[in-house]
Structures are given as C-alpha cells and as structure tokens.
Design a protein around this ligand. Structure first.
Ligand SMILES: C[S@@+](CC[C@H](N)C(=O)[O-])C[C@H]1O[C@@H](n2cnc3c(N)ncnc32)[C@H](O)[C@@H]1O
Length: 198
C-alpha cells in the first residue's frame, strides 16, 4: 500500500490516489511515448493526468464529477467535464481509465459525487460496458488503451466485453491488494478483425 498523498486541490468528494491509481500509473509510465496524444477518462484527483502532463503536453482528461475536474485542472492538463468522452474528437494514441468497478446494489447507493468513483452497477461492469462502446471512437487505429480492472469485477468477463467489440486485450500487470487482485489490461484494435470484416 502506498502512503496517502495529498493533492493540492483536495476535495472530500474527489477520489484520492489509492493502490489502483498507482498500479495504473506504473503501467502508463512504461507505455507512454512523448509524442502520444493522451486522454484519461475519469481523472479524479488528476494524479495520473498530472504525471502524464510532465511528459506530454498533449493530454486531455475528463470526469463527470465537477470537483474532480477542478482538482485535475490545477495540475496542468486540459480537463473537460463530460460523460466518458462525449463531445471530444477522436484519434488518441493512449487512452487511460481507472473506472468505477465495485458491484453495487440499489440499496447500497449513496447520493454523492464519490458514488461515481466506486459504483459499477450490479455487475460492477456497467461503466466499463459504456466505455467499451465509446472506445473505438476515441482511440486511434494504432492506439493503445490501459484499463484497470479488479477480480471483484471479473477480469475475464471484462476481456470478453472488449473482444465482442473486436478488440484484443492482454493482462500486463497485476497486484494483490487486500481482498482483491488488481489487473491492468492493455487493449488494442484487432486489426485482423478489421481485415475480415471490411
Ligand atoms: C476509481 S476513480 C479513479 C480516479 C483516478 N483516475 C485515479 O486513478 O485515482 C473513477 C473516476 O471516474 C469518474 N467517472 C465515473 N463515471 C464516469 C463517466 N461516466 N464519465 C467520466 N468520468 C466518470 C469518477 O467521477 C471518478 O473520478
């Protein structure tokens, strides 16, 4: 577990960096090229987008939570408040997302902004399903996506979602963390499928 880090624009309704954040950040730092056009969906505190901004100024971040947008913008990247990447032009080389993934029943829901950071719907995969719909329109044909998933969400079920969208996924990093295992999926367009279906 990492020591808690205080982000300058701290807000109690914004998800602060945790083990999942740092695992994804590690994968991002190994993957990123300095000329990448990068988008981070659901930036939260902006920790990852802020670190990426030190390497590439071509970074956009989104969040549905207005307080998160304010926190992340203080770290430098362009931040847009939107649902996933609605209204944003496509063609990103690197797409990053640490989604809300906890299976959450109706009776467990809390009506606040932090709910958006955690609540993955009954299956834990509702926001991931929505993201999978949007990804082909966001990511360049040679682009890569790094997605954090958890054993609580079902890594293989998540991989199936992307394979149904004609994308390939690989587990590139994992870490045991209390009662769950965290995985980083690297997702790319299946160019063989493009050829078959064109
Ligand atoms: C688990 S937190 C991750 C935050 C940050 N990226 C990190 O790794 O620390 C998920 C983030 O996604 C945001 N989010 C949830 N649903 C979203 C959506 N439909 N569109 C954009 N952002 C969303 C939440 O507000 C939250 O900030």
């Amino acid at each position: 577990m990492n020591d808690k880090e205080i982000i300058p624009e701290y807000h109690e309704q914004v998800y602060q960096p945790e083990a999942d954040t740092y695992l994804l950040l590690k994968a991002v730092m190994a993957e990123i090229r300095c000329d990448d056009r990068v988008i981070e969906i659901g930036t939260g505190s902006g920790k990852i987008a802020g670190e990426v901004y030190k390497i590439s100024k071509n970074v956009t971040a989104t969040d549905i939570n207005p307080h998160a947008c304010r926190s992340a913008a203080a770290l430098g990247p362009e931040v847009i408040r939107t649902d996933i990447a609605a209204g944003i032009c496509s063609g990103f080389d690197l797409v990053i997302f640490n989604p809300p993934y906890l299976p959450t029943g109706e009776e467990e829901k809390i009506d606040d902004w932090l709910e958006y950071a955690l609540d993955g719907g009954i299956s834990g995969r509702e926001t991931i399903e929505k993201f999978a719909e949007a990804l082909p329109g966001i990511m360049d044909k040679n682009g890569r996506c790094l997605l954090l998933v958890s054993s609580l969400t079902g890594a293989e079920k998540v991989r199936d979602i992307f394979s149904r969208k004609k994308m390939l996924s690989f587990v590139i990093l994992s870490e045991k963390c209390e009662d769950e295992t965290l995985y980083i999926l690297r997702i790319v367009h299946d160019i063989c499928c493009d050829h078959l279906y064109s």
